[in-house]
Design a protein around this ligand. Structure first.
Ligand code: BES
Ligand code: ZN
Length: 643
């Protein structure tokens, strides 16, 4: 890239200034971006696309307005599989003249750098480009993959580093941009984005958006499909396909209440509207906190609002993540740990303390299972992800260990003080991207140093930099779960039959705990003489199948319409070779693309030669319907080679 530089005559002062800017940026060096925002920083992006469903591409321009901190340096952008047609630059912001560019070598995780030399005074750069059909951040759905079966659908997923596969930009969360977009679609379809738009827009296939608040690149989002809107409250609403909109609106009817509950504790909601887009089932995540417009999987539509903790979670990101953002992907726990903590606080206000306790206890259980399976280096909140795909850091550690750390602070300093602290933290760093070090310094100054005797009880360095959990970590428990365990135990020791367990008041969370408890019991050695009994034996496969059938007859788990319960049951069915559930397993894997569900199911299948065969047979049919991110995950699990 140095061959472009021709402004060497600026003297030593500039060099020094550049050095200092670099030194500042070094504090937050992002190993997952080629950009050098300490020298040139993108401030605003104007986007203009045609959405071409027949070619499965976006085609148009991205016009970047930049701050020249080191005027002699080129603009380096992140790209992945983009076709760059031409580049233009402008000094007055209006008239553009042809420019040059170079695309560097492509890296498996990072894609390729696009280097654009900037003439003196150039402050805007226009890139004419198109995406590729296989772009990792886009999924193009055939009509058959939608609920309505008539119209195609496309949606983006930018986090962690997929924005670069559909927009050439500085794809690092420490760079924040405002943006506008103009999107042309086939006439009958609606485009929505993580931005402001005219609510009464006519469906004419020409849509405009504006995001006036600076956001990191991973929050830029777009979806196009046959969408309807339904209002849920004064500033909340839901978008979904026509045949899903009624179910979605009634499931999500507590959304406005959640916004109010969060504002009461953490300060005003700063993004104007909060809408939710319910996507087709191939969406690879549960939810994505795109500002003003959360993207959500339809698998949360259980019919009884039992899975709306996901809405509490994505809404909470409006403070933790979108307002105060992780500066690099090693600081991801600042996004997800804070959000998981806030999520539970919202649930407590809207659905009561017992619900919060259950969710926290389920979280701790998952965390302990994860810790048992992970290497030490992956159990650290401030994780080192250099040379790795940032998605590898997306385990229960940033979520549940992060939330437990904040719970520990809350319990130690008291809720009132901790709430005050968090509220001022969100305010202090609003619209900024920060590192773990910056958080720790702020914590020290505003909480720890004020109450040294209390601070001595929280091993902050151990929480952030060491694997596992500190011995003093909170252990959330649920009295309701203790009851469930007693009932499950009575059934397992043949004191009652399944149909006689008093389950009529159980919530989804209690059912989930019941299933996990039963699974653990089926896997554990059974002994007459207590845990130390050397004659302990496993239940035989036949005995396990008998117990599974009894449960299924009593509670119809194989037919459960609740995705979390169905997932837990199907996982158990694989583990215990319960064949009557296999057709449902196949149907589930063919219709759902949510990674959290399909990855563990395929992993479980892959543990036996027989299971691996069945997994491959199903995946052969499922693969083409999956999102590129899900495909990458499952290809890895099954060691899939192109056929
Ligand atoms: N921001 C995440 C989703 C994400 C993380 C996408 C990392 C890409 C990379 C989102 O807020 C999230 O955590 N979603 C969860 C649901 C939540 C209720 C725990 C999910 O998708 O399962
Ligand atoms: Zn999250």
């Amino acid at each position: 890239m140095y061959r472009f530089l021709h402004c060497f005559g600026l003297g030593i002062i500039i060099v020094l200034a550049t050095h200092m800017a670099n030194a500042q940026e070094k504090a937050a060096q992002d190993f997952h971006s080629y950009a050098d925002p300490g020298t040139v920083r993108v401030k605003h992006i104007d986007l203009d696309w045609d959405v071409l469903f027949d070619q499965k591409i976006l085609k148009g321009t991205a016009t970047l307005t930049v701050d020249r901190i080191s005027p002699d340096r080129p603009l380096i952008l992140d790209t992945r599989d983009l076709n760059i047609e031409k580049v233009e630059t402008s000094a007055d912001g209006r008239s553009f003249s042809p420019g040059t560019f170079a695309i560097g070598e492509s890296d498996k995780f990072l894609g390729a750098p696009l280097t654009i030399p900037l003439p003196a005074n150039a402050s805007r750069v226009r890139i004419h480009y198109s995406t590729s059909p296989g772009a990792s951040g886009l999924q193009w759905l055939e009509p058959a993959q939608t609920a309505g079966k008539k119209a195609p659908f496309v949606f983006t997923q930018s986090e962690a580093i997929h924005a670069r596969s559909w927009i050439p930009l500085q794809d690092t969360p420490q760079v924040r941009v405002t943006y506008t977009a103009r999107v042309r679609t086939p006439g009958n379809l609606l485009a929505v984005m993580s931005a402001e738009h005219d609510a009464n827009t006519t469906r004419d296939g020409d849509y405009s958006f504006r995001m006036n608040q600076p956001i990191p690149s991973y929050l830029i989002a777009l979806a196009v499909g046959d969408l309807r809107f339904r209002s849920l409250g004064p500033r909340t609403g839901v978008y979904a396909e026509p045949s899903v909109i009624d179910r979605a609106a009634s499931e999500l009817s507590d959304t406005e209440k959640m916004v109010v509950a969060t504002e009461r504790v953490y300060g005003p909601y700063r993004w104007g509207r909060y809408d939710i887009l319910v996507l087709p089932p191939s969406f690879p995540y549960g939810g994505m906190e795109n500002p003003r417009l959360t993207f959500a999987t339809p698998t949360i539509l259980a019919g009884d609002k039992s899975l709306v903790s996901l809405v509490a979670h994505e809404l909470a990101h409006s403070w933790s993540g979108n307002l105060v953002t992780n500066a690099t992907w090693r600081d991801f726990w600042l996004n997800e740990g804070f959000t998981t903590y806030l999520e539970r606080r919202i649930l407590e206000v809207v659905y009561g303390r017992p619900r919060e306790e259950m969710e926290a206890a389920l979280g701790l259980r998952d965390l302990n299972e994860e810790i048992a399976a992970l290497e030490d280096r992956d159990e650290i909140l401030h994780i080192d992800l250099k040379g790795r795909d940032p998605d590898e850091g997306s385990t229960d550690i940033p979520y549940e260990k992060g939330a437990l750390f904040l719970r520990h602070l809350e319990q130690t300093f008291g809720r009132a003080r901790f709430d005050q602290f968090l509220k001022s933290y969100f305010n202090h760093f609003s619209f900024q991207s920060i590192t773990t070090e910056q958080f720790v310094a702020y914590l020290k100054q505003n909480l720890l140093d004020k109450y040294p005797a209390l601070a001595a009880k929280v091993p902050v360095d151990e929480w952030i930099n060491k694997p596992g959990l500190p011995a003093t970590a909170p252990k959330p428990t649920s009295p309701a779960f203790a009851q469930v365990e007693r009932q499950a135990q009575r059934w397992l020791s043949h004191d009652v039959s399944a149909t006689r367990i008093p389950t009529n008041k159980w919530t989804t969370q209690e059912w989930l705990h019941f299933l996990k408890f039963v699974q653990d019991s089926l896997a554990a050695p059974v002994s007459a003489g207590g845990p130390a009994d050397a004659s302990a034996t496993q239940l035989s496969e036949t005995e396990k199948i008998k117990l599974m059938s009894e449960l299924d007859r009593a509670f119809h788990f194989t037919r459960s319409g609740n995705s979390e319960i169905a997932f837990q049951w199907l996982l158990m069915s694989i583990r215990n070779a319960y064949e009557p559930a296999y057709p449902r397993l196949e149907e589930f894997l063919l219709s759902v693309g949510r990674r959290k569900f399909i990855k563990p199911l395929y992993e479980e299948l892959a543990k036996t030669p027989d299971g691996k065969e069945r997994a491959l047979t199903i995946y052969r049919r499922a693969r083409s319907g999956h999102h590129p991110i899900a495909v990458a995950t499952i290809d890895e699990v099954l060691k899939w080679r192109a056929e």
